[in-house]
Design a protein around this ligand. Structure first.
Ligand SMILES: Cc1cc2nc3c(=O)[nH]c(=O)nc-3n(C[C@H](O)[C@H](O)[C@H](O)COP(=O)(O)OP(=O)(O)OC[C@H]3O[C@@H](n4cnc5c(N)ncnc54)[C@H](O)[C@@H]3O)c2cc1C
Length: 404
């Protein structure tokens, strides 16, 4: 007979590890499954934002990151299509609001924490299918060391990322190219001019996408480029060629990469964006993180929303146990709470993503930020306080930037 748990979590990335930790702390028996053995790599920009830091703090493990390789970040440097560079420091204070940490390292800290709390963890377990009882999900099937195994639970948490099988099986996979980013990234050593800020560059040749340089310790950097897939196809853009052109020919970046060396191959991956809302809960299941298409449509940041989805899904699952009701309507408390928390920010950032289509507006706002302390303060506030993003697309803010 299949072994039974309160909850099965498929995927031990940020979303699944967050859910495992919150649920285990609430006394639920949790089985955590991942096809990988940790530490494992994940294609990412490695930028850990303020939202991520908030959930990590709630999990009580912020201190664990102090002892692993990471680089504290104190703001963002933007540049516009016409080459204007503007550093936007975070408000002064001793604690870094965010940091950059290779995902191999970052995810391992989260995963080991979740594993230490879970009832049982299996690494190297490849989930192949969900187990249905009528329209209800009651478990998962998969392979481990060549053997097929089945587990059962009251709730299955689907946190297997954009490449996982659960969203596809549940008809919740976001395959809308207007709501997906394609991204490439690699690591460089010796990029000149890096400081204690992440860098987002709206380079003329690459807008509406952006080029990033995220500094790491030992003069290393995560370097990449992303763009909405439908825009990329419309432009017939080749991301690798665009990035090569920026690094080798752009007047601002060529000198900075002159003595730099690429130390890894360039890898690409998809980013499913939260500008298209998917169904996140049903009978006996919830979807989290990338499996739920929760990435910020402007910044490409998904770790914070993945961690938050683990938190809000856990709260709904705990209440479902109190009611002994694991139906879709009971578990829908999760998407309601999640969208109440991140919905405004996603809506605003989707409009900002479309604004980035206009080189004129990007030049205007970034150029104005260069000259005006007030505009820099608004942007800095919006970066630190996601609920204030709205100001950036406020027509009055843009008009003031135009007239000032
Ligand atoms: C190029 C690029 C740059 C990015 N940059 C940033 C950034 O700088 N900052 C940021 O916040 N976000 C960034 N993101 C987004 C971020 O990487 C994701 O949003 C985040 O990893 C989502 O976490 P997750 O836990 O939902 O999924 P994942 O991190 O993908 O974890 C899913 C887990 O499920 C496991 N799994 C998959 N299938 C199975 C299966 N069948 N059986 C068992 N286990 C399975 C995998 O092994 C994996 O461990 C970027 C993404 C890309 C592609």
């Amino acid at each position: 007979m299949a072994q039974e748990f309160d909850v099965i979590v498929i995927g031990g990335g940020p979303s699944g590890s967050s859910a495992t930790a919150f649920l285990s702390k609430a006394g639920k028996s949790v089985l955590l499954l991942d096809r990988a053995k940790f530490p494992r790599e994940k294609v990412c920009g490695d930028g850990i934002s303020g939202r991520s830091v908030g959930v990590i703090r709630e999990l009580g493990i912020l201190g664990s990151f102090k002892s692993v390789e990471h680089q504290d970040m104190f703001g963002v440097t933007f540049s516009s299509p016409n080459g204007t560079l503007v550093p936007i420091p975070s408000a002064s204070g001793s604690d870094a609001p965010g940091f950059v940490c290779r995902r191999e390292v970052f995810d391992n800290v989260l995963f080991q924490h979740a594993k230490s709390l879970a009832t049982k963890t299996i690494e190297g377990f490849f989930a192949t299918d969900l187990v249905f009882d009528g329209s209800k999900i009651v478990g998962v099937k998969g392979n481990q060391d060549g053997a097929e195994i089945e587990f059962r639970a009251k709730v299955v948490v689907c946190a297997d990322g954009v490449g996982g099988m659960t969203a596809r099986k549940l008809g919740a996979y976001n395959n809308d190219e207007a709501h997906q980013h394609a991204g490439i990234r690699c690591y460089y050593e010796g990029v000149e001019g890096m400081g204690d800020q992440i860098e987002l560059h709206f380079v003329d040749s690459a807008v509406p996408g952006y080029f990033w340089i995220f500094p790491l310790p030992n003069k290393r950097a995560n370097v990449g480029l992303c763009m909405v897939v439908s825009d990329m196809k419309k432009k017939k853009a080749n991301l690798q060629m665009l990035m090569k052109g920026i690094i080798e020919n752009h007047p601002v970046f060529k000198p900075r990469f002159q003595n730099a060396k690429r130390i890894t191959e360039i890898k690409s991956w998809l980013l499913p964006l939260a500008s298209r809302r998917m169904k996140l809960a049903g009978n006996g299941y919830v979807l989290l993180g990338d499996a739920a298409s929760l990435i910020d449509p402007f910044t490409g940041e998904g770790i914070g929303n993945a961690l938050s989805s683990g938190k809000y899904a856990s709260m709904a699952i705990i209440r479902a146990f109190e009611r002994n009701d694991f139906s879709g309507s009971s578990l829908s408390e999760y998407p309601r709470a999640l969208w109440a928390n991140i919905g405004n920010e996603i809506g605003t950032n989707h409009r900002m993503q479309r604004m980035a289509n206009s080189k004129f507006l990007m030049n205007l706002v970034i150029g104005k930020a260069k000259r005006s302390k007030e505009v820099r303060a608004v942007i800095s506030d919006a970066i630190l306080n996601p609920n204030n993003h709205k100001t950036l697309i406020d027509p009055l803010f843009i008009l003031r930037a135009l007239l000032a």
